[in-house]
Ligand binder design. Structure first.
Ligand code: ADP
Length: 400
């Protein structure tokens, strides 16, 4: 049998799902992709897709909690012939504090990640558990942390500063921004396809369940809508986005709401779900045309995205390119149209036919601002980062 080409495994571990892709080193073609979802819920599944994009039948996973899912995933991966070809593992790590680049995981870095768990208690424990599981079973396999915050370390001090007493900034309480792997990928794509545009004033709109925007100038992040945590900025599927800080005291005093309950409400019960009262999924809400709460949720999402575009155009001193990406940004022509409605004054003019087709360029030929749709790929970005950091392209191919 022909030996497998060297591979790199990219892991994107969330609280209720773990996605993974094995890429061939060199071409970075995906060889095997899979996802465990519904972790902690009845009916957790592993769905595997082969290189042709064909999905195998879903396999039930005994994933009562995250550590059971991790143990299952590792055993399953080890049973796959391609696993022997893996030379390194890259992890998406949502919070990286001051790290500005992907970093090789050492016991020191792991200790640092454990220390910063309070900065991101929703994501970091799960990511650490995945890293530890690999380190335990495959201690010689190099692992790399790819931080979602790293892309935004170039933000100027004024965009990082939170207007609270100074002593908190000294303890790391500042605006970090997230979705950095997606933004790094989108900028690499823009640079590859339109190098001049990538040097200009760009707004990237990553609109998925988690949603944020980034303002980028000369290829560097200058501002972003998420802040100290991913709960800030734009209204999202279940997160509030920016909220009047006075609400905290009101809810604590009048409703006797605890900090834990507030955290749960802000992250999991609000946003499109909270406003509509029925669904966090934009497709569901768009289908409920006669439900005034669903309509209000969609209105709010589009209104806020427009406001963020306006504010970032001001921060950038003008705008050359607007990029839509992620589940909503890549697929929903209706939402893009509503967000861009009446933004002609900023130079944004959508071409309805191009927009309806989700074309790569959806603005008119004469539009001063080029509006583009680019499919994001965070796992590909992880694989690229690992390959570059560990210089994997220099690995010699196995002889056939
Ligand atoms: P995640 O942040 O979990 O990766 P995605 O990027 O997959 O999320 O985005 C999920 C969101 O994209 C959901 O709100 C879903 O309804 C929306 N979405 C996906 N496809 C479409 C579509 N064709 N039209 C409208 N919304 C869509």
């Amino acid at each position: 049998m022909k030996p497998a080409l060297p591979g790199v495994l990219a892991i994107n571990g969330g609280s209720s799902s773990i996605r993974f892709t094995i890429y061939e080193v060199g071409s970075l073609r995906p060889r095997l992709h899979g996802k465990i979802d519904r972790i902690g819920l009845p009916g957790a599944n592993l769905i595997v897709t082969n290189p042709t994009g064909k999905s195998q039948p879903a396999c039930p996973v005994p994933a009562a909690n995250h550590s059971a899912a991790v143990a299952f995933l590792l055993k399953w991966l080890e049973s796959q012939p391609i696993f022997a070809s893996i030379h390194a593992v890259g992890h998406r790590v949502v919070h990286g504090m001051k790290h500005s680049h992907p970093t090789r995981i050492t016991p020191g870095l792991l200790a640092e990640l454990r220390r910063i768990v309070p900065y991101d208690p929703d994501h970091l424990p799960h990511e650490i558990a995945l890293i530890e599981a690999f380190a335990q079973r495959h201690p010689k396999l190099p692992q790399v942390a790819c931080f979602d915050t790293a892309f935004h370390r170039t933000m100027p001090p004024v965009a990082k500063l939170l207007p609270i007493p100074r002593r908190y900034a000294a303890r790391g309480v500042e605006r970090y921004g997230f979705h950095g792997l997606s933004y790094a990928y989108l900028m690499e794509e823009l640079r590859r396809l339109h190098p001049r545009a990538a040097q200009g004033r760009v707004i990237l709109a990553h609109l998925g369940n988690g949603a944020s925007l980034a303002a980028v100038h000369r290829g560097k992040s200058v501002d972003t809508s998420m802040g100290f945590t991913p709960a800030a900025g734009l209204v999202m599927s279940t997160r509030t986005g920016d909220l009047d800080p006075g609400i905290v005291y009101y809810l604590a005093r009048v409703e006797k709401m605890s900090a834990a309950k507030f955290q749960q409400m802000v992250n999991h019960e609000s946003g499109l779900l909270g406003v509509s009262g029925t669904s966090s999924d934009l497709r569901d809400l768009l289908a409920r045309k006669k439900d005034s709460h669903a309509v209000a949720a969609v209105d709010l999402f589009c209104y806020q995205a427009r406001k963020w575009i306006g504010s970032f155009a001001a921060a950038l001193g003008g705008l050359d390119t607007l990029v839509f990406s992620a589940g909503i940004g890549e697929n929903s022509s209706i939402i893009r149209k509503r967000i861009c409605h009446d933004l002609d004054f900023l130079g944004i003019k959508l071409d309805p036919k191009r927009n309806a087709k989700n074309a790569p360029l959806i603005s008119t030929n004469g539009s001063p601002v080029k509006v583009r749709v680019i499919r994001t790929d965070e796992e590909q970005m992880i694989a690229r980062s690992v390959t570059r950091l560990l210089n994997l392209n220099s690995i010699r191919r196995p002889r056939s």
